[in-house]
Design a binder for this molecule. Structure first.
Ligand code: ADP
Length: 318
């Protein structure tokens, strides 16, 4: 099994525990790298599945470091294009005392915005992606692309699925990345119609579609033809709609939530790594919960590899 994740990786600046913001002094920031699909790719690879990360980077030292880190995770970087004179986008995390997070971005000129835009590169990438068992992308991947590139990707996915490929999608709605909510809804709806596994966060669904209850979210997505639907709701039970049945799977309590950055992304990784290794959807949700539990006990999106692997993931075969 091999999965390709498509999207953007940014330079991350995360506040450290010792920051005393009341002093008006210097803030201590830890510099790392993150991005929704990148985070998921890293944790899927740590879960033992072959992964390729697909994006565009620049030719600066930060882009070099991203490639080094991906290679260090055993992730295939052969489909990453480099744009001369460019550098990755950047974001900063702010946390509330209960670990909830807020992000500020500087990413308008990021090279990843040119994903699927150039005809020659697109052709080579399409041939490469066709060999994958699963393609993973998100609403952020769609939001940063040009409308023309999005249309090309959609057409590619139609053919890819017709030839047996599987598509996994997380809507990850970030209003500021879209021209309007209508544009976002139209694009997300088109891609959900080409999605096999939808891994959605209820809060994002509410923001995008105005859902009052999860039932309307289930109805809309099954209407799009999604056959495997997972709805994440923070510490509330995860909902699963599969084989025509709706079930709720409890989320284990996490005693110290320090930063929920990457919670949904790492859940998706635990889920997909388990699913691609033949685990049932129910047991894969448990694997997703375990992966997220480890990540939210740590600041920043990516836990150091050694620390993460020190606890063996327990994935039960389905
Ligand atoms: P997102 O990061 O997309 O906002 P959620 O907040 O819904 O996603 O969280 C995704 C997953 O992370 C949940 O399904 C759960 O496994 C885990 N998680 C998030 N918040 C908590 C929490 N407070 N306690 C335990 N697990 C949590």
């Amino acid at each position: 099994m091999k999965l390709a994740a498509l999207g953007e990786v940014m330079v991350e600046l995360a506040p450290q525990a010792s920051v005393d913001s009341g002093q008006g002094g210097k803030a201590l920031l830890a510099q790392s790298y993150a991005g929704d699909t990148y985070n998921t790719a890293v944790y899927i690879a740590r879960g033992g599945v072959d992964v390729s990360y697909v994006t565009l980077l620049g030719d600066d030292p930060y882009s070099e470091e991203v490639l080094t880190r991906l290679a260090g995770e055993g992730i295939d970087t052969s489909a990453i294009a480099r744009l001369p004179g460019r550098c990755p986008g950047l974001y900063m995390i702010q946390n509330t005392p209960d670990g909830e997070r807020y992000f500020t971005y500087w990413r308008g000129e990021a090279p990843a915005r040119e994903l699927f835009a150039d005809a020659t590169r697109r052709e080579a990438l399409a041939a490469y992606l066709q060999e994958m068992d699963c393609i993973y992308l998100s609403g952020i991947t769609l939001a940063i692309m040009t409308p023309e590139a999005r249309a090309e990707l959609l057409t590619f996915l139609e053919g890819y699925r017709a030839r047996g490929g599987r598509v996994a999608f997380d809507s990850n709605y970030r209003p500021r990345l879209w021209a309007s909510a209508d544009t976002a809804r139209a694009a997300v709806a088109e891609f959900l119609q080409q999605t096999d596994m939808a891994l959605l966060t209820f809060e994002d669904e509410q923001a995008l579609w105005g859902d009052k209850r999860p039932g309307s979210c289930v109805k809309r997505n099954t209407g799009f033809g999604v056959s495997e639907l997972v709805i994440k709701r923070g510490a509330e039970p995860v909902l699963l709609q599969f084989d025509g049945e709706l079930s709720a799977i409890d989320v284990p309590r996490v005693s110290s939530v320090v930063d929920t950055t990457g919670a949904g992304d790492s859940f998706n990784a635990g889920y997909l790594a388990a699913r691609l290794q033949g685990t049932s959807p129910e047991a894969s949700i448990a694997a997703g919960n375990r992966c997220a539990a480890r990540v939210i006990g740590h600041r920043g999106a990516i836990i150091p590899r050694a620390e993460y692997l020190a606890v063996e993931p327990e994935v039960e075969p389905g």
